[in-house]
Ligand binder design. Structure first.
Ligand SMILES: C[C@H](O)[C@H](O)[C@H]1CNC2=NC(N)=NC(=O)C2=N1
Length: 100
């Protein structure tokens, strides 16, 4: 069963993400990031690659795309807040975005 991130878990796992451009939305206990790519095709390519990992891990982002921009929100609906799955997917998304 997925559990909400503990206080100590947050300290060690969220800080590196905040340094990498993620922000914490306290109101939803979610993390958000906006990615900007060279163009629309790069943006959609990123979403496609990220979608494969999201499906593999059964953990799905809330996201939107406008041209070369992808706005991502990660939170775990089952626990109404952040879990380790959000951290894992955020890290993967940062790796995939760096590929472009
Ligand atoms: C039934 C299915 O396993 C659940 O709804 C999964 C699917 N993807 C999910 N994604 C996210 N972000 N949070 C969840 O709690 C979640 N739960």
């Amino acid at each position: 069963m997925t559990e909400k991130l503990s206080d100590t878990g947050r300290e060690t796992t969220l800080n590196p993400l905040l340094d990498a451009g993620w922000s914490h939305d306290e109101s939803r206990d979610a993390i958000r990031k906006t990615y900007k790519f060279a163009d629309f095709v790069e943006a959609v390519g990123f979403m496609t690659r990220a979608a494969i990992w999201a499906e593999k891990w059964n953990h799905h982002p809330e996201w939107s795309n406008v041209y070369n921009r992808v706005d991502v929100t990660l939170t775990t609906h089952d626990v109404n807040g952040l879990s380790a799955l959000d951290v894992k997917l955020a890290r993967k998304m940062d790796v995939l975005a760096a590929h472009d």
